[in-house]
Design a protein around this ligand. Structure first.
Ligand code: MN
Length: 201
């Protein structure tokens, strides 16, 4: 039985950038629905005792398992997204700052590149800051439920660019929502934990 992980902060904690009303729907309805669907699809099958990560990797690209993949990946992506945001953001650590500068030229250039990817994702999907095993950072975008978990990259941070993430607060203005996340909410402490894990320390 899969469970909806608790939010790492109160539903109104991301205001004024992301409203309590958005979190009521995005976390309370959308994220919950992916958990419920996944339970309905896996109950009584060998998958019900597997980890979310194993299910995502073993059902990826299998047309007959698409429904299970979509819901499992969306459960995982959303938990990762809530942790990618924080009401009390700090700057990236020295180590991450160096990695960002090496990969993108500067923190400003990273922000531009991330925003561009998040804007350019056509339709529903996700923008990700990821690292390879050597610690080289890169920006990825994925469509629908797709996730870097099925790639050789380890995600550090994500931004959900499905319309349900921003429509109540920003309507069609995805760029304003991306700016709000980038400038006010990104959780660099979480990115640092993921970066260290990816590098094995
Ligand atoms: Mn979402």
């Amino acid at each position: 039985m899969f469970k909806l992980d608790p939010l790492p902060y109160a539903k109104n904690a991301l205001e004024p950038y992301i409203s309590e009303r958005t979190l009521e729907f995005h976390y309370g309805k959308h994220h919950q629905a992916y958990v419920t669907n996944l339970n309905n699809l896996t109950e009584g099958t060998p998958l019900e005792t597997e980890s979310l990560e194993d299910i995502i990797r073993s059902t990826y690209n299998l047309p007959e398992k698409q429904g299970i993949f979509n819901n499992a990946a969306q459960v995982w992506n959303h938990t990762f997204y809530w942790n990618s945001l924080t009401p009390t953001p700090k700057s990236p650590s020295e180590e991450l700052n160096i990695a960002i500068t090496n990969a993108f030229g500067s923190f400003e250039e990273f922000k531009d590149a991330f925003k561009k990817a998040a804007l350019a994702q056509f339709g529903s999907g996700w923008a990700w800051l990821v690292t390879n095993k050597a610690g080289v950072l890169q920006i990825l975008k994925t469509g629908n439920a797709d996730t870097p978990l099925t790639s050789e990259f380890t995600p550090l941070l994500t931004c959900d660019v499905w319309e349900h993430a921003y429509y109540l607060d920003y309507q069609n203005q995805r760029a304003l929502y991306i700016d709000a996340c980038m400038l006010h909410l990104l959780n660099w402490d979480f990115a640092e934990i993921n970066y260290k894990k990816a590098l094995g320390n």
